[in-house]
Write a protein of this length. Sequence first.
Length: 118
Amino acid sequence: MCLLRRRPVDTRVGPLAVVLAKSPPGHRFFEGLGADSSQMPRVAGRQRFLRSLIEAALERGVAAGSVRPDIRIPATIDLVIAAMDGLESQWLLDADVDMVGSFTLFTAWLRTSVKPVS
C-alpha cells in the first residue's frame, strides 16, 4: 500500500514536504541521471529551487531566534536535500515507503538540532 497515494499531503510539515510529495515522476531525481541527460535542466532547477527555499527558511529562523546563529547553513541544506532525494529513491523502489511520514520525522529531528539552547 502506498501511503502517499492514499491520503492527501499533510501541509503542516511545510512546503518542502509538499514539493517532495507532489513532484511528478518526470521531476524526480534518478540516481543514474548523467550530465548529458535531457532531464538535467529540470533536476538542476529543482535543486536550485529547493536550496533557495531551505536557505530562506533557515535565515528567517536565525533572524527570528528560532534557529541557532552558528549552524552551518550550506551543510544543513545539503542534509535536507540528501534526505529528500534518498526518500524519493526509496519510494521509487518501494511504493510502500511513507515519504511524507519519514520526512516529517526528519524535520522534527532537524528542528531539535538547530534550536537554540535555552
